[in-house]
Design a protein around this ligand. Structure first.
Ligand SMILES: [Zn+2]
Length: 304
């Protein structure tokens, strides 16, 4: 393979997305396939995507393959556990070595939010990478990735950025982590689904549409959600003061309406505080473009 090319895979619960980047980070080829669950299914799905990329590029891809996957990832051991939606639970799965053996290339394995954080860092800085950035993934849950001084911050126990489990409401519902009133119970896709059940339509889309049409219940639910996201941003920003804050994850498919709602909530939280207002958190806010495969792009950068 030309040393300049890099390959990344984003293994999700429903699909595995793979791509090849050129030296400037432009996407040369992109392939997606349904993910089959379980260890054998994940490896087979990844191999199908990887082979299709090889065909699309028309040359061997023999550099390091970067892979992002949900769940708890031990980067040193190249192993994953608690990827429950992928049928990986119980013991550590040595996915890095399984993929390397199957595909015949070295593999770097990373948690998908961390991979997406690297992708967001590349996106946020034309011609280079943002050196201080918080990526807030609003999917089924709520979690953040951190790039500090140009390096991914995983934490001493891999728990850096687990902002979704900061309790903010003592009267709130019990979270799946066992605490009460966590940010994730207010500001996540599952919280939106509970607040605004919408059948086949994504709850975030349905809720924001209803709020836009003036439904007072929807406006209240949207504002509570937005205030929760803003609280997560405030905690993260006061802890590490990032250059930029990027919203991603399934709920960020909302795009600009999400950025506006969260920016408004940040402005309201800063209204009584000249200190908070001076930090201009709303002005640092970005949203990942809805068609941009941020986690697969970040996975490709893992191999560089
Ligand atoms: Zn929690």
């Amino acid at each position: 393979m030309t040393a300049a090319l890099s390959v990344g895979l984003d293994i999700g619960a429903t699909k595995t997305l793979g791509l090849v980047l050129d030296v400037d980070g432009a996407i040369l080829a992109e392939v997606r396939e349904p993910t089959k669950p379980g260890a054998d299914g994940i490896v087979a799905s990844a191999a199908r995507v990887y082979d299709a990329l090889r065909v699309a590029i028309g040359q061997p891809l023999d550099g390091v393959l970067g892979v992002g996957i949900p769940g708890l990832v031990d980067v040193e051991r190249g192993a994953v556990k608690h990827a429950v939606n992928l049928g990986v639970d119980g013991d550590w799965l040595p996915l890095r070595d399984l993929l390397a053996a199957r595909l015949g290339v070295p593999v770097a394995l990373e948690n998908d939010v961390n991979a997406a954080t690297l992708g967001a860092a590349a996106l946020s800085h034309e011609g280079g990478h943002a050196s201080d950035l918080v990526y807030l993934s609003i999917g089924t849950g709520l979690a953040a990735g951190l790039v500090l001084d140009g390096r991914l911050r995983r934490g001493a126990h891999g728990a850096a950025g687990e902002i979704g489990h900061v309790p903010v409401d003592p009267q709130g519902v019990v979270c799946q982590c066992g605490q009460r009133g966590c940010l994730e119970t207010i500001a996540s896709g599952s919280a939106l689904a509970a607040a605004w059940p919408a059948g086949d339509v994504p709850p975030a889309q349905a809720l924001f549409a209803a709020a836009r049409s003036g439904d007072p219940t929807a406006i209240a639910a949207r504002d509570r959600f937005s205030a929760g996201v803003a609280s997560a941003i405030r905690v993260l920003s006061l802890a590490v003061d990032p250059e930029s804050i990027v919203l991603g994850g399934g709920v960020a498919q909302l795009g600009e309406p999400l950025r506006l709602a969260v920016a408004q909530a940040l402005l309201e939280q800063a209204a009584s505080s000249p200190f908070l207002a001076s930090l201009d958190l709303a002005g640092r806010l970005r949203v990942v473009p809805s068609d941009y495969p941020v986690a697969a792009v970040g996975a490709a950068f893992l191999g560089r």
